[in-house]
Design a binder for this molecule. Sequence first.
Ligand SMILES: [Zn+2]
Ligand SMILES: [Zn+2]
Length: 296
Amino acid sequence: MTSSEFASNRDNFCYRHPDRQSFVLCQRCLRTICPECQTPAPVGVICPECMKSERKSETPSQRKARRRWRGGSGTLTAVRSGKPIVTYTLLALTSFIGLVQLIPGLGPQITEALLFGARYLYPSILPFPFEPWRLLTVMFVHGGFIHLALNMLALWMLGQNLEPMLGRARYLALYLISGLGGSVAVAILDPGGLTVGASGAIFGLMAALLIIGRHIGANVTGLLVILGINFAFGFFVGGIAWQAHLGGAIVGALIALILTRTRRREQRTWQIILLATLVVALVVLVAFVPPLILLA
Ligand SMILES: [Zn+2]
Ligand SMILES: [Zn+2]
């Protein structure tokens, strides 16, 4: 898909704000809507027009229930205003683990329990336990304060752009599958190494924003500076793998391509099938390629 082809396809933009790109569809009329036009519905989100017509057909007791449900809860308010909840949750969880790591005596144990290395995947070849969850837990543990701060700053900047545009589920899938891609790349390119950090996932978000976001005119200069520092950091500090950056970026780009080509309602099944295929391909790669390298 070329840029002009993309820009001329009105399915790619909010029907009420033709200059705003979005992947989120109204659950009722199936038109594309931007974060500002989204109101959470029992399933997915609906657009202002559909909300209006839905309210018109409400009975008085339904209206009362809606008003009551609406009051109070801060989370619901946040959801309605399109706040990047998944980004905040990932930030909170990762920073919390970073704080716990600062507790003397506990830090090294936490790092050791969550870090990733190919050695934990092939118990028949290497004398280590089989702990495949490390492929994902590695994203939540960092090698020091600067490493953590750089990644969390990048996550915050990227998430604010990407999460409202993609919707929560797609955004979370992008983050986790990119992180998996980073670990798989480490296992293949550096089977003897150990790694920590969310960098694979972060570089996946970055690649996706560059592919998806060039159409929205997002200011990516600040982001590129942060990621440049992060990338350079990987060459000087042990435990941060450039292989994870590379794998995350490739997988993030693939996911962005899948999402841009399957955003219509009737393509949703295809979107899920393609994303699942990507995960299976990564698992097959990591199951078979590093053992061949290790045994060679
Ligand atoms: Zn609608
Ligand atoms: Zn809009």
